[in-house]
Design a protein around this ligand. Sequence first.
Ligand code: NAP
Length: 391
Amino acid sequence: MKRIAIFGSTGSIGRQTLQVVESFPDRFRIVGLAAGRNAVLLAEQVKRFGVRCAWVQDSPTAMRLTEQFRRDGYKDCQVLHSHETVETFLERSDPDVVVSAISGQAGLYPTYCSAKAGLDIALANKESLVMMGPLLMQMVQQKGSRLTPVDSEHSAIMQCLAGEARESVRRLILTASGGPFRRDTMAQLQKRSFRETQRHPVWNMGEKINVDSATLMNKGLEVIEACALFDRSPDEVDVLVHPESIVHSMVEFVDGSWKAQIAVPNMELPILYSLSAPQRFDWETRGLTPEQLSSLHFERVDRLRFRCLDIAYEAVRAGGSMPSVLCTADEIAIEYFRNGTISFTEIPEVIEATMRQHHVVSIESLESILAVKKWTTQVAENEARKLADKR
Ligand SMILES: NC(=O)c1ccc[n+]([C@@H]2O[C@H](COP(=O)([O-])OP(=O)(O)OC[C@H]3O[C@@H](n4cnc5c(N)ncnc54)[C@H](OP(=O)(O)O)[C@@H]3O)[C@@H](O)[C@H]2O)c1
């Protein structure tokens, strides 16, 4: 029986992880749940899974959660809150594996603490690998723990690489759905709204990742993640648009062979594999039908319309603190796009302008990441405001 704690249990990945766990009651047990501010849903989840330790983002949410438990007569759960108690949450819940699925940079610290505690990590939070990939992988290696990706693309690559020698690999090919605006002209892209970014053609995801999918920054972040996760240079990682999202990613080998991982586009499968690997658990209903394979398409990314992919390659080539700058500037740009201050096509402009002003430093600790984040926030906000003033 694997004991699981989830950071971000109220989000899209967190909720799907709980569905997976419910399908395998003799394999998995939830021992800790952590979320941001959705006390109502978290209370429901805690009761449903009989969890004894819950963690939330701040004290007002902890009070609402405690009050909810009091009203329901539920006395079994200890409620913790804020950064300072993340380690206590891990100690008290005592998991074998942590699912790291908080969105954005708020997910960094829980991932860091889990790695520091030597726990296995099923990683969904992108920022952890993008901003502290080499540091995180080094911690995991030193502790002898395991980090398995939840993202369908990296899960696919991990599966393709199983049993293969490092030197047999020519390149990793990440597939991308192309997002909701794949066929847009530049003029159409300029007018796209935040609300329109939330209608992804294939995946049902959180708000921020939906915008990143529309700009293709999501694929750029995945390129950076793949470099850290599989210890590859950016030149060994390629991207292809594959709108059906059936082929989740591929590996080309030096003898000309390709391997692909193919499955229905459903996050529950890679979530399950992140928890079961290298084993596979019987899940009959999740199969593909041959008809779904009858027409698969692949095309190159239009890098002029979707600038964010090249920007991400630039960031990972620069190394050190640059991916952190990319990540933070992207979060800021999305915030300004969301509140209508900048347009969809101005998102890459804010990121590029911020990166141009940055002098790369090495990332050796969480503190150095926070310093870079502070600098980037100021510069990116300034760049977004400058764009708005030009109108
Ligand atoms: N969704 C996908 O299909 C998918 C696929 C691959 C990778 N990912 C990655 O997985 C991560 C989660 O994505 P998602 O789509 O599940 O996001 P989401 O639906 O927006 O959920 C985010 C979760 O994080 C929690 N949270 C947000 N800010 C927090 C804070 N400051 N402190 C503590 N908890 C906080 C939220 O809690 P409350 O709701 O309670 O406030 C919620 O549980 C992201 O990094 C994303 O890029 C997602």
